[in-house]
Design a protein around this ligand. Structure first.
Ligand code: CS2
Ligand code: MN
Length: 366
């Protein structure tokens, strides 16, 4: 398991690389060019700039999250042909600096959706919260405004200000879109890009939809074991794989995350690890990593990765905002709780490694 940490870039992330360096065992940065408009080719000089910054701080840049997919590709519009060519060129550019995995998503209109970005927890920390009632029969522009106004000036993925005037039109374009049709559009995209990925040795890793159910009347694809199987069957190349996000999938009470890992491990290229607590009415809140703090058994998730001999990349997904850092951190992406999460993962991992070694010693001495 190779531990990484998401970093939003110089001037765009309040956390300095020197602080990330002090978290034990982090070898790579998960990065992106967040200011390149979706659909455009990522310029080589900008890619090289990030490579230089990362290497100077002692990190690899093997994982990119995200090269976003243009809505026209998800909608299956004729303009997708040129947009897919651009995506392929970005893949080739990233290959030149040795990128190994691209995390992306195929969520319609929005990326992950929450209704409150700084919901207070009983211990005085706060975290990302989803209140189901606020996503049913609502005005989507109001949802958009609540998120962008509550984000303390940070641009949230999928909620870029330039999208605001386009929202209603986008919803119009998605009218009548079905899960089946979106799966076809996803297959079209994959069949077009996977040969380039094979040539470039870059693995694609789709992120699950978050939350893992249809919202605002839009179909969502990557939300269950059944749909993950369907997704992997769309294109059987090992280069067509998964970002397995325990938090996103774990928000669906019916998803057994550890079982999903054990089943699909050979197609998981990137692991996002986070816990989540459910409420009976369908609401959920993000919480600390420890198994007993939420409803996803994170110790068992780590155990599942250990059992299958996972060699891929891993990162703490989101964290709570603690020790007052909500005053200046990006929602979900403070430093402290993600660092604590890493130490929890290492704790479980090291204990399992030692147990395995002891077992090996007993066998060799017997
Ligand atoms: C991430 C997603 O912050 C997050 O929750 O897991 O935004 C993720 O980066 C994208 O969905 C991947 O394209
Ligand atoms: Mn995630």
């Amino acid at each position: 398991m190779q531990m990484t940490f998401r970093w939003y870039g110089e001037g765009n992330d309040p956390i300095p690389l020197s602080h990330i360096k002090q978290i034990p065992g982090v070898t790579g940065l998960v990065w992106a060019l967040h200011d390149v408009p979706v659909g455009e080719v990522w310029p080589m000089d900008r890619i090289l700039e990030v490579k230089g910054q990362a290497e100077k701080a002692g990190f690899n840049i093997d994982v990119v999250e995200s090269v976003n997919v243009h809505e026209d590709i998800k909608l299956g519009l004729p303009s997708r042909i040129q947009l897919i060519e651009n995506y392929k060129q970005t893949i080739r550019n990233l290959a030149q600096v040795g990128v190994k995995v691209i995390c992306y998503n195929f969520m319609p209109v929005f990326d992950w959706t929450r209704t409150d970005l700084f919901k207070e927890l009983p211990d005085g920390s706060n975290a990302l919260f989803f209140e189901k009632a606020k996503t049913v029969d609502v005005d989507v522009t109001e949802v958009f405004d609540r998120i962008t106004q509550g984000s303390k000036g940070f641009t949230m993925p999928g909620f870029e200000p330039e999208k605001r005037p386009l929202i209603l039109n986008l919803f119009e374009q998605y009218k009548g879109m079905t899960e089946e049709k979106m799966f076809e559009n996803l297959k079209f995209f994959l069949d077009a890009i996977i040969p380039t990925c094979e040539e470039c040795d870059i693995k694609m890793a789709i992120h699950p939809d978050d939350p893992p159910w249809d919202i605002f009347g839009l179909p969502r694809l990557i939300k269950s074991e059944k749909n993950i199987q369907k997704f992997l069957d769309l294109n059987p190349s090992p280069y067509n794989g998964l970002t397995l996000c325990s938090g996103s999938l774990g928000s669906g009470t019916e998803n057994d995350v550890a079982a999903i890992i054990r089943k699909f491990h050979d197609r998981i290229h990137f692991a996002h690890i986070r816990n989540v607590k459910h409420f009976d009415n369908g609401d959920f809140i993000e919480c600390s990593h420890r198994s007993c703090d939420g409803d996803v058994d994170i110790a068992d998730v780590v155990k599942a990765y250990h059992e299958v001999g996972f060699k891929g990349y891993c990162r703490p997904d989101h964290g709570r905002h603690i020790w007052g850092e909500e005053a200046h951190c990006r929602p979900g992406y403070g430093l402290y709780d993600r660092a604590l999460g890493i130490m929890y993962m290492w704790g479980v991992w090291d204990a399992l490694e030692q147990a395995q070694q002891r077992l090996g010693n007993i066998k060799t001495s017997a």
